[in-house]
Design a protein around this ligand. Structure first.
Ligand code: NAD
Length: 442
């Protein structure tokens, strides 16, 4: 086992430092500000469980930056959640929103709990109490939660309802996104992150960086995680003509040389609670899934799955980061040396926050847009973001505009930055410029 830090704050800092080294006109004091969260909330409260016992629950909400607009970011319910992880995820949201040009800042939150051990009743109590504790923090114009791991439309419905009861007489629908459609949720929001991954991949492949794989059709795909994002991604890639050779969830994975039908896997998981055991498949572990022979690997579960220990064994030519933070900086270096491309999280999974933004706009205007309108807008956002990242990367490689790029960004490193670094350069520059345009207050 090789060693590398898995501290999310240190990793965010390493990624930021790598990108900001290319932006020489970034004021040093501004660098410190952009790396730090704006506000960190740690909240403890008691909850009564179904058996009458009382449990203290710890929750977090972190606002990283609000230069472009209200904080925006998911609520994660997980037993291993830490304030460090939430802080690093809030920072990612700042760069993600800036990269796809939506008027939100970055935030994230969550509850330290194991949803598999709680009843629906207990989850509702926790969510309502958490929302009431956050009442002065969240709001349609200040900070807008959304779903993340182990939260869903039902969780968002409880957040909306609790906030609405505490603030009656206002249009409170825009306080949270990812709601059920008949409570103001947007058509297409549930599918948006997985669909956005597919759209980003389609656009990326069309750039012909992988000459033998210029479209999704025919690609062999492995997906780690079969929740909201992974299951929709499987379906979207399948419908584009890809062969899904492997899929996993927290209990393990399955492999089929001939390919898996996402619909059948979903039905099997609904019935048995796991993808493992699906007929006519081979059982594999989550770590084996990452090293499976495939063209495109899609991590869609937790952080740091691709690290110094397995980056050298990954067979895929392209990694599409549906999950947040699935790859460590050491793995990034190894993958780059091996010629494996990575579409980074802030680009690959930005479809979710993009349609969350459309939900917020619809709620603010009391409108409901057609699915075609939403999907058209989503496709344009994803394609534009991939194009912006690709163009800057190409400038660095081809050298056409290298002199200009060098002048603009004073490229300091000898080697061409990877796509994560390029995406971060674009996002950090946008946030830094907006901060200075607004003027340092007072
Ligand atoms: P989810 O709770 O719906 O699903 C999570 C999936 O991951 C489940 O299938 C679970 O079994 C699996 N899993 C959990 N731990 C695992 C492990 N150690 N190994 C393998 N699989 C594991 O969550 P989701 O909303 O699909 O989120 C997945 C990832 O996508 C997270 O990193 C999240 O931050 C990111 N993301 C989600 C959204 C969104 O709109 N939901 C948007 C952007 C990014």
């Amino acid at each position: 086992m090789n060693d590398e830090t898995l501290d999310p704050i240190v990793i965010s800092e390493q990624q930021f430092d790598k990108a900001s080294a290319y932006i020489t006109d970034l004021k040093s004091g501004l660098i410190d500000y952009l790396k730090q969260p704006n506000r960190v909330h740690i909240i403890n409260f008691p909850v009564e469980l179904d058996d009458g016992s009382v449990k203290t629950i710890q929750c977090f909400r972190v606002i990283h930056n609000r230069v472009f607009g209200p904080g925006k970011g998911g609520m994660r319910y997980h037993p291993d959640l830490t304030i460090e992880e939430v802080t690093s995820l809030a920072e990612l949201m700042t760069w993600k929103c800036a990269l796809v040009n939506i008027p939100f800042g970055g935030a994230k939150g969550g509850v330290v709990c194991d949803t598999k051990e709680l009843s629906l009743n207990e989850l509702r109590h926790i969510t309502r109490r958490f929302t009431s504790e956050l009442f002065d923090i969240i709001g349609p114009s200040t900070d807008i939660p959304a779903p993340d791991m182990y939260t869903d439309e039902q969780t968002m419905a409880w957040i909306f309802d609790t906030y609405d009861r505490l603030n009656s007489g206002e249009n409170n629908r825009p306080v949270v996104t990812g709601k059920p459609v008949n409570l103001g949720g947007s058509l297409g929001r549930r599918e948006a992150t997985g669909k956005g991954c597919m759209l980003a991949t389609r656009r990326f492949l069309s750039k012909a960086l992988i000459p033998e794989q210029q479209e999704i059709s025919g690609a062999r795909i492995a997906i780690q995680g079969f929740g909201n994002v992974g299951a929709v991604a499987a379906d979207e890639f399948f419908r584009q003509g890809a062969t899904i050779v492997a899929i996993s969830d927290s209990t393990g994975g399955v492999y089929s040389e001939q390919g898996l039908d996402p619909e059948k896997i979903s039905a099997f998981k609904d019935e048995h609670g796991s993808v493992v055991g699906m007929p006519e498949t081979l059982n594999i572990s989550n770590s084996e899934l990452l090293e499976v022979d495939c063209d495109i690997l899609i991590p869609a579960a937790t952080a740091f799955q691709i690290n110094i220990n397995n980056a050298g064994n990954i067979k895929a030519k392209l990694i599409v980061e549906a999950a947040n933070n699935p790859t460590t900086p050491a793995a990034d270096e190894i993958l780059q040396q091996r010629g494996v491309y990575v579409i980074p999280d802030i680009l690959a999974n930005a479809g979710g926050v993009t349609v969350s933004y459309y939900e917020w706009v619809q709620n603010s205007a009391n409108e409901q847009w057609d699915l075609e309108v939403i999907n058209q807008k989503l496709q344009k956002k994803m394609f534009d973001a991939v194009d912006a990242v690709f163009e800057l990367w190409q400038d660095c490689v081809v050298g056409d505009d290298l002199t200009q790029s060098k002048n603009n960004m004073a490229m300091q490193a000898e080697c061409v930055p990877d796509f994560r670094t390029i995406a971060l350069i674009i996002a950090i520059k946008r946030v830094a410029n907006a901060t200075l345009l607004r003027g340092i207050w007072p």
